[in-house]
Design a protein around this ligand. Sequence first.
Ligand SMILES: Nc1ncnc2c1ncn2[C@@H]1O[C@H](COP(=O)(O)OP(=O)(O)OP(=O)(O)O)[C@@H](O)[C@H]1O
Ligand SMILES: [Mg+2]
Length: 235
Amino acid sequence: MNVLAVENVVAGYSVGDQILKGVDFVVKPREIVCIVGPNGAGKSTLLKTIAGLLRPSQGRILLADKSIGGMKPPDISKFGIAFVPQEHNVFGNMTVYENLEMGGYVARDHIRARAEAAMDHFPVLRQKRRQLARTLSGGQRQLLAVAMALMVDPELILLDEPTAGLSPVAATELFGEIIRLRDVGKAIGLVEQNARDAMAISDRTYVLVDGRNNVEGPSHQLLADKEISRKFLGG
Ligand SMILES: Nc1ncnc2c1ncn2[C@@H]1O[C@H](COP(=O)(O)OP(=O)(O)OP(=O)(O)O)[C@@H](O)[C@H]1O
Ligand SMILES: [Mg+2]
């Protein structure tokens, strides 16, 4: 069974606004799936719609076999989808540990155990647990944002440009962490400008253009395709 199936979804920012013009998107268990495409194609809009921040006006969104289209973000999060937005994804004036607690806010039962597990996964966060989040480096802040997402023990993690603004070394490290999350059983949806590097760690890729599916397939096939490279991956 699929972890996530988006079927023919139409969505936008106001009534009648069609930014997504009938998008299909599937994530299977233990897959890393990339979404790439030009600026303004609707990649972030797709993640926001899956996370419940926007309501689809048409189409279906299924988590396993349960329809989640139109549910509120906290409920979607409780059901197992964690969304890490591109910006403003941590609370700068709270400590690292308090941020982890905020990440677990909708599933308060196991907060302490989950925070420990998150800090086991990212030891640098344990080391800095009492520090304010705004004092972290960009790469450490992105790790914290991902760790906050783990606090709901999600099936599926949606990441919107997690390596934006990171040095090449920090980006490579973060991609390594994403692979580790897949290896512990998470499914991952990944939007990236750093398309080639993201595709290289992923199983499948969707290219979105102007709110529609353009090309999709195994990432290694798309990477090897000269025309796709030229059109979407900068040569
Ligand atoms: N809050 C908003 N209100 C109204 N329109 C928006 C809003 N956010 C995005 N849009 C519009 O939706 C379209 C798709 O934007 P989106 O952010 O999904 O693109 P993207 O593929 O993520 O682009 P990028 O690569 O630049 O991040 C754009 O035309 C944009 O202007
Ligand atoms: Mg975007």
